[in-house]
Design a protein around this ligand. Structure first.
Ligand code: PLP
Length: 471
């Protein structure tokens, strides 16, 4: 039996792995048949001019995987391979090469992505200190399924005083990202062909979840003060998902009068409101807008929040506050599901919040984002003038501009990209599509420096110049 593998000393793969791979493939292909005795370790090492340890380690791996067995007096023998035992395994063709980024994508100098945060001011040292203190044996096992009780208590304290949410820690359920907590809510609400009403345009991230789980997402038009309540009533939906404190993407705030009417709708129709307060920490002018949940006296609102804007998207930490009647159902039916967020991250965030660092961080970031927000608005007004109209300002990490152009939002995005500026279309935010009005473009500002904001808007204006109306 010839054993002549090609062993590459300079390969990144250790020699014993190369030898093991070769022998494994030969055995699988029948080149080394069942019951065949392999050469002794010493002989193979001599033949191949490699060390005995290398051969021994390769044989150990084959033994461990059950390709050979060690027999007294015979040494290492190939086990009986039943026919082509690997023939039934699916064969995957070579994966397609990763899509190359287009020349335009490579040349992006200014990216106005709305989910970028300011990473230069993240409190790395303080966060690391909290990580270190929680790296302890007692937190290496599974934690509470609903989320760490200490973190839930810190979140509920924060929500009560900063967002006027009426809740206790028992009502808080933690999950890895808004889509995950929405999936959980869908299970909780039940599936039987229900409709979920959504703002049109609205957040496509949760719409995908609703539709993927078999709910019908019903688009409800927006008015200047938020969702159209007559249309909501007519839709016969019993559940509505809304972003009342900073509508996504258009940014309007639902005033108190409409909030009260919406709560009445829920009460009179047996309705349920899912309030997504995804960036409520960042309000730059005027008073903070208290949550809708805090106005609800009948347990008809589920409040949802996330740490993606206020801290970092990477932590994948979101939560919902369940009304007590749903909490009972959750506790009765959902306790077979494990918690989806790392316990270590939860403990770290708990300590970060308990030590006061969280609120310090929010205060610092609010000032910083406000500067960027104001500068973005000023620059747009100065440079683009009446070629665009701004909506959704004064809160969060993005604004929307309505461009005075006969081109579509997708076309304007492409034109911008060619000149090194990445901006985002709102096309995906619509269920039925935008019927009227100028194209809407989303501009995030959290991840850009002040210089980049000014330069980026200048560049964008130059790129769009020939495509504005009346040029
Ligand atoms: C309306 C809305 N909700 C929630 C989120 C955040 O989602 P997640 O918690 O999954 O990061 C976003 C992010 O852009 C959003 O626009």
């Amino acid at each position: 039996m010839d054993i002549c593998p090609r062993l590459e000393n300079r390969s990144n793969e250790p020699l014993y792995i190369q030898l093991y791979q070769y022998l494994k493939e030969e055995i699988q292909a029948g080149g080394i048949p069942s019951f065949k005795r392999l050469p002794s370790i010493r002989r193979l090492a001599d033949d191949l001019h490699i060390s005995k340890t290398t051969v021994q380690m390769a044989y150990q791996q084959l033994l461990a995987e059950g390709y050979i067995e060690s027999k007294e007096r015979s040494g290492y023998v190939v086990v009986e391979m039943e026919g082509d035992s690997f023939g039934d395994l699916p064969h995957f063709s070579e994966p397609a090469p990763a899509k190359k980024r287009s020349a335009a994508q490579k040349n992006i100098r200014f990216d106005f992505y709305m989910s970028y945060i300011d990473v230069d001011h993240f409190p790395f040292q303080k966060w690391k200190a909290c990580v270190n203190q929680n790296l302890s044996p007692e937190f290496l096992s599974y934690g509470d399924k609903q989320g760490e009780p200490g973190l839930r208590a810190a979140i509920s304290r924060y929500l009560r005083h900063a967002r006027a949410v009426n809740c206790t820690e028992e009502q808080v359920v933690i999950g890895s990202g808004t889509q995950t907590v929405m999936r959980l809510l869908c299970q909780l609400i039940g599936l039987d062909g229900k409709k979920i009403a959504m703002e049109e345009p609205g957040y496509e991230g949760v719409r995908h979840v609703f539709q993927g789980l078999g709910f019908e997402a019903v688009p409800i038009k927006l008015e200047e003060d938020g969702i159209n309540l007559d249309e909501l009533e007519k839709s016969s939906a019993k559940v509505v998902y809304i972003t009342p404190s900073h509508q996504f993407p258009l940014g309007m705030v639902m005033p108190i009068t409409k909030r009260i009417k919406l709560l009445q709708w829920a009460e009179e129709n047996g309705g349920l409101i899912i309030e997504d307060d995804y960036d409520g920490e960042f309000r730059y002018h005027g008073k903070p807008i208290p949550s809708l949940q805090g106005l609800d006296a009948h347990g008809n609102v589920i409040y949802a929040g996330t740490f993606s804007k206020s801290l970092m998207p990477a932590i994948r930490m979101s939560y919902v506050v369940l009304p007590v009647r749903l909490l009972d159902i959750y506790q009765a039916n959902m306790f077979m599901y494990d918690q989806t967020v790392s316990r270590l991250h939860q403990r770290t965030l708990q300590m970060f919040m308990e030590s006061g660092e969280w609120e310090r961080h929010i205060r610092k970031m609010r000032k910083l984002y406000q500067k960027k927000h104001d500068l973005l608005l000023q620059t747009i007004k100065k440079v683009m003038n009446n070629n665009v109209e701004i909506t959704g300002q004064n809160a969060g990490l993005h604004i929307v501009i309505q461009v005075n152009s006969g081109y579509s939002a997708d076309e304007l995005v492409q034109i911008a990209e060619k000149s090194g500026v990445k901006v985002y279309s709102t096309t995906d935010n619509w269920i039925s599509g935008q019927e009227t009005g100028n194209p809407l473009i989303l501009l995030g500002f959290g991840g850009l420096s002040e210089e980049q904001i000014v330069e980026g808007i200048g560049q964008l204006h130059a790129a769009w110049g020939p495509f504005y109306k009346n040029q």
